[in-house]
Design a protein around this ligand. Structure first.
Ligand SMILES: Cc1ncc(COP(=O)(O)O)c(C=O)c1O
Length: 402
């Protein structure tokens, strides 16, 4: 069975992890910093903080930016739950603006129309690997004093005409793209550490706070201690001593994971090139099909540099006379795994119950969802695999029409 997404692990990746296993540190050793440095250089950011998942990175991003109770955080409904849940973690209200129906990314026009006085942050999701209209989103948010977090979980390694996600040093029209950018290294993403994520920012103070909070708010450097030397009990601060200066979490990424991350980072360009080849083959094969819409670009200038995490097509199941469940079952029987990404977050039971959201709030995302089907896309797919997917998808649709 060809899954819709899958990691690619080679002998170099395995050797990199085994080398850490043979060493002194399984976690919090030198490989973490090395991975952070190399990742920051790759995306062009000043600081990168490796964490246990992108969910953790999103939580820390809102926390270091000071977003919390009484604030509203707006994201796109066409995303994984974490892009919105992070707002609830910090006590803020998650809210949603609709998508641009072509690319599936957050629509700046909807964002501006929906803007509320308590909106303090925007989480802009690069759906399937395409960048949102970040210059416009940044303008809208920054003019109103809000923070921009780019959820680039799908866009690891991608680059856009205005710069790669995470390159917050690149100002466009006087505004940086995002104040903080978040990446995921979950196995279906464009490179993996098993579980894992990265938070990047140009602000040294926010990066330092994120480092503190990813490890229980613990300070070990005596230069940073705040307990007075004449404290009745804690006055003597020997080599064992540490202070908890803030309430944090265990959001650490291990040396084992970072070793895999470093090795995968070295293979990233190869992964992206293969993903782009597969997307080109799918686009060419489905070009003449009036029953299927291939992924559409938000900006033609980005065509060659998108990271393509997902290949999501739009199918009119009603016109085909089949339910999506039937189409997926038929493809699965032929060895082709597909997925639906995503169930709009505002329609999840917890969101309906907690915030009163319901159908009709984001019509473009709801209609995108009803027609969406993500086909297999991962670098280990052979040309034969790609051809098999194309044949099976066409055969399924033709059987429907017949
Ligand atoms: C858009 C988006 N944001 C956030 C996440 C959360 O990533 P992680 O699984 O690393 O916590 C994901 C993962 O699926 C995602 O696709």
């Amino acid at each position: 069975m060809l899954p819709y997404g899958r990691q690619s692990i080679n002998e170099d990746d395995i050797a990199a992890v085994v080398a850490v296993l043979r060493g002194d540190f399984l976690t919090q050793g030198p490989v973490v910093e090395d991975f952070e440095r190399r990742f920051a250089a790759r995306v062009g950011a000043r600081h990168a903080v490796a964490v246990s998942s992108a969910t953790a990175a999103l939580h820390l991003a809102l926390r270091v930016a000071g977003v919390g109770r009484g604030d509203r955080v707006v994201t796109s409904p066409l995303t994984f739950l974490a892009s919105a849940n992070c707002a609830a973690y910090v006590g803020a209200k998650p809210d949603f603006s609709d998508i641009d129906p072509r690319s599936g990314t957050l629509d700046p026009v909807a964002l501006e129309q929906d803007w509320q006085p308590d909106t303090r942050a925007v989480v802009a999701v690069d759906y399937a690997g395409q960048a949102c209209d970040m210059p416009e989103i940044a303008r809208i948010a920054h003019e109103r004093g809000a923070v921009v977090i780019e959820d680039a979980c799908h866009a690891v390694g991608g680059s856009f005409h205005a710069g790669p996600p995470g390159s917050t040093a690149v100002p466009i029209g006087g505004h940086p793209w995002a104040d903080l950018t978040v990446f995921s290294f979950h196995p279906v993403k464009t490179m993996t550490t098993g579980e894992g994520g990265m938070l990047v920012t140009d602000r040294a103070a926010w990066a330092a706070r994120a480092r503190l909070l990813r490890s229980h708010g613990i300070v070990r450097d005596p230069a940073g201690f705040v307990t007075p030397d004449d404290d009745e009990v804690l006055g003597e601060k020997g080599p064992w001593f540490y202070e908890m200066q803030d309430l944090g979490w265990n959001y650490r990424l291990t040396d084992l994971q970072c070793a895999l991350g470093l090795s995968q980072l070295g293979r990233l360009d190869g992964f992206l090139a293969r993903r782009r080849q597969i997307v080109a083959a799918y686009n060419a094969a489905f070009a003449g099909c009036d029953w299927l819409v291939t992924p559409r670009l938000r900006d033609e200038r980005d065509a060659a540099t998108i990271s393509w995490h997902l290949y999501t097509v739009q199918l009119d199941f009603a016109a085909l006379g089949r339910t999506r469940t039937e189409v997926m079952a038929e493809l699965r029987a032929a060895g082709v795994g597909t997925q639906v990404l995503y169930v709009p977050v505002h329609l999840q039971p917890w969101y309906r119950r907690t915030f009163g959201y319901g159908p009709g709030k984001c019509p473009a995302a709801e209609s995108f969802y009803q027609r969406a089907l993500s086909l297999p896309l991962h670098p280990a797919m052979t040309d034969g695999d790609v051809g098999h997917v194309i044949t099976c998808v066409k055969a399924t649709a033709q059987a429907c029409v017949a």
